[in-house]
Design a protein around this ligand. Structure first.
Ligand code: PEP
Length: 250
C-alpha cells in the first residue's frame, strides 16, 4: 500500500484571476485520476481563492492563503487576516515563505505573530524554513533552520491536536531548477522532526520538501522516510506538469 503523501501547490502570483480559475477547473475535471493516498492543497492568489476554492473543494482539494496578517480587523490597508481566509473556505495558510522573508523583509518575529493568528483562526500553517546559498556555503544551514523554527514557536504552545505542517525550502532551490539532493533534504527533515518534537510536543507534524520539484524528481523526495510530501511552485501552475507530478506520487 502507498504511504499517505501530500502535494501542495503554491501558485504565487504566476496566474491571474482567469488563469487561476481555468486551471482550477481543468484540474477538477481530472478528479477521477486523483490517487486516494495523496492529500492535495492549492494556494491561489487571494482574488481567485474563493471561486477556485469552490471548484477545488468539490473534488477534495483544499485551498490556502499565501500570506496572512496577524490582526483580525482594522486599519491595515492591503492586508488580509487569517480569520478572513478561514471564512473564505481556506484550510491552510503559508507562513514564512522565503519570497516573503527575502523580498518583503518579513522577520522571524512577524512569522511568529502570523503563526499565532493562524492558530487562533483555526487554519493549519504551512511554515516554510530554509537557508540561502550564502548561508549554506558558510556552513550555517542547520543553524538557520533551527533559528527559524525556534522563533516561529517562541512562547507559543502548539496544541497537540492542531495540525502542523513545516516545509523545508532552501532559498537557492526555489524557482531555480537547482533542486536539493534528496539525501540532504532527508537529513534536514530528520533534524526538523527532532526539533519539532521539542518545540511542539505531542503533535505529529507533516514535513514537506519544496524547491524545484518536477515530475522527474518528486518521488526521489517522497521515498525518503521523513519527507511526507512536496510543496511545488512553478511546475504546479500548468495542467500537464501538475498531473504528471501527481501521477509520479506512488
Ligand atoms: C515555492 O515557491 O514554494 C516553490 C517550491 O517553488 P518552485 O517549485 O517553483 O521551486
Amino acid at each position: 500500500m502507498s504511504k499517505q503523501s501530500y502535494f501542495f501547490a503554491n501558485w504565487k502570483m504566476y496566474l491571474d484571476f482567469d488563469e487561476a480559475n481555468i486551471l482550477a477547473n481543468a484540474i477538477a475535471a481530472e478528479h477521477k485520476k486523483f490517487p486516494d493516498h495523496v492529500k492535495m492543497a492549492i494556494f491561489p492568489n487571494a482574488l481567485s481563492l474563493y471561486s477556485a476554492g469552490q471548484v477545488l473543494n468539490d473534488v477534495g482539494i483544499a485551498v490556502g492563503g499565501q500570506n496572512v496578517f496577524w490582526e483580525d480587523k482594522g486599519g491595515y490597508t492591503g492586508e488580509i487576516s487569517a480569520t478572513m481566509y478561514k471564512a473564505a473556505g481556506c484550510e491552510y495558510a503559508l507562513v514564512g515563505h522565503s519570497e516573503r522573508r527575502h523580498q518583503f523583509h518579513e522577520t522571524n518575529h512577524e512569522v511568529r505573530q502570523k503563526m499565532q493568528a493562524i492558530l487562533e483562526a483555526g487554519l493549519t500553517p504551512v511554515l516554510c524554513v530554509g537557508e540561502t546559498k550564502e548561508e549554506r556555503v558558510a556552513g550555517k544551514t542547520d543553524e538557520v533552520i533551527e533559528t527559524q523554527l525556534r522563533s516561529a514557536f517562541h512562547e507559543l504552545s502548539w496544541p497537540a491536536e492542531k495540525g502542523l505542517i513545516v516545509a523545508y525550502e532552501p532559498v537557492w532551490a526555489i524557482g531555480t531548477g537547482e533542486a536539493c539532493d534528496p539525501n540532504e533534504a532527508e537529513r534536514l527533515h530528520a533534524l526538523m522532526k527532532k526539533m519539532l518534537n521539542e518545540l511542539a510536543p505531542g503533535t505529529l507534524p507533516i514535513l514537506l520538501y519544496g524547491g524545484s520539484v518536477r515530475p522527474e524528481n518528486v518521488f526521489d523526495y517522497l521515498k525518503q522516510p521523513d519527507i511526507n510530501g512536496v510543496l511545488v511552485g512553478g511546475a504546479a501552475t500548468k495542467l500537464e506538469s501538475f498531473m504528471s507530478i501527481l501521477s509520479n506520487i506512488k
